[in-house]
Write a protein that binds this ligand. Structure first.
Ligand code: MN
Ligand code: FE
Length: 331
């Protein structure tokens, strides 16, 4: 019995469970429930429409992040539903994948809500993956990287197939969700720290918290497959994966420079790049590969938003109330 390749066992028989971490990620996801409409955009709309409140540089940076995220979220939703779900047959993992798919729908909804409330041109935002080279390069790289799992004839039979599958899972969970989102998160949360576009900033905090769970599930899934099929985790394969991650880091740094060439509010563009390298090392370690960059975290405040521990109320608003479950007494 293994986490993949067991179509002989009944995918509807969830009990007894074997992978309790998958169950825990599912419960953590449910405890984090939120929807974009709960976050007021009133102040954001005033700031966005004000002739001088935001600089052109800040506005451009916001648009680029909305442009990248708006289509990246549907890309990840499609990956889950159309590709990953088909091959991960274990029932408790599938329960998590359904939850994750719902969260990706919430994230997609967030960018619809932002476009609507700020009165943005959807053709501009939803075309940036074609029109902005450093966004297109990121998307093209990850689409190319996750090609096998989208191939309708792809099946998991040999060790080579499993290696290919793990390669694609790393492309999707570690690179797309674990690296590509983080320059954008840092920029939008840096802006929020200056009380600019706080509604969008809060939505990005919620998204980042969800994404850190997606990444945790993805890493557990990848590491479990490695444990169950140790023959696939060869030295050559490990080096290939590290090379892909280095390439992704280059693309993310290029994006960070392009989206925010002049830096932001006391942060220079290099610090966003250092942050990407710092994050990439954490991702490498998560799948037991050696760190490559050894950069200190230039934004310690970011980890307060990502590494949320249950007992603490990091958010000013609703998170704790959601986690208290049945008490429907939030404002
Ligand atoms: Mn997402
Ligand atoms: Fe995600």
């Amino acid at each position: 019995m293994s986490i993949i390749k067991n179509s002989a066992t009944d995918p509807n028989k969830i009990l007894p469970m074997r992978y309790l971490w998958a169950r825990q990620h599912y419960k953590d996801g449910v405890a984090n429930n939120w929807t974009p409409e709960e976050v007021s955009m009133q102040k954001d709309v005033e700031q966005w429409k004000h002739p001088t409140f935001l600089s052109d540089h800040e506005k451009r940076m916001i648009l680029w992040n909305l442009g990248f995220f708006s289509t990246a979220e549907s890309l990840t939703a499609n990956n889950i539903v159309l590709a990953v779900y088909r091959h991960v047959t274990n029932p408790e993992c599938r329960q998590y994948l359904l939850r994750q798919a719902f969260e990706e729908a919430i994230h997609t909804d967030t960018f619809i809500y932002c476009c609507d409330t700020l009165g943005l041109d959807p053709d501009e935002i939803y075309n940036m993956y074609n029109t902005i080279p450093s966004i297109k390069e990121k998307d093209d790289f990850v689409v190319e990287l996750t090609k096998s799992i989208f191939d309708p004839t792809f099946e998991l039979h040999t060790d080579e197939d499993i290696q290919r599958f793990v390669h694609d899972l790393i492309g999707y969970y570690i690179i797309m969700e674990g690296i590509y989102f983080y320059a954008g998160f840092a920029m939008m949360l840096a802006l929020k720290r200056q009380n600019k576009m706080v509604g969008i900033g809060e939505q990005f905090e919620y998204i980042m918290r969800d994404e850190s769970l997606h990444l945790a599930f993805g890493a557990d899934l990848i590491n479990t497959i490695k444990t169950e099929f140790p023959a696939i985790w060869t030295k050559a394969f490990q080096e290939r994966i590290a090379g892909l991650i280095r390439k992704a880091v280059e693309l993310e740094k290029r994006y960070a420079y392009d989206a925010c060439p002049k830096g932001l509010l006391g942060i220079n563009a290099e610090q966003f790049c250092d942050y990407v390298e710092h994050i990439a090392d954490r991702r490498l370690e998560r799948i037991n590969l050696p760190a490559q960059y050894h950069k200190e975290n230039p934004f310690p405040w970011m980890s307060q938003s990502t590494d949320l521990s249950k007992e603490k109320n990091f958010f000013e608003t609703r998170v704790t109330e959601y986690q208290s479950g049945g008490n429907l007494d939030w404002d």
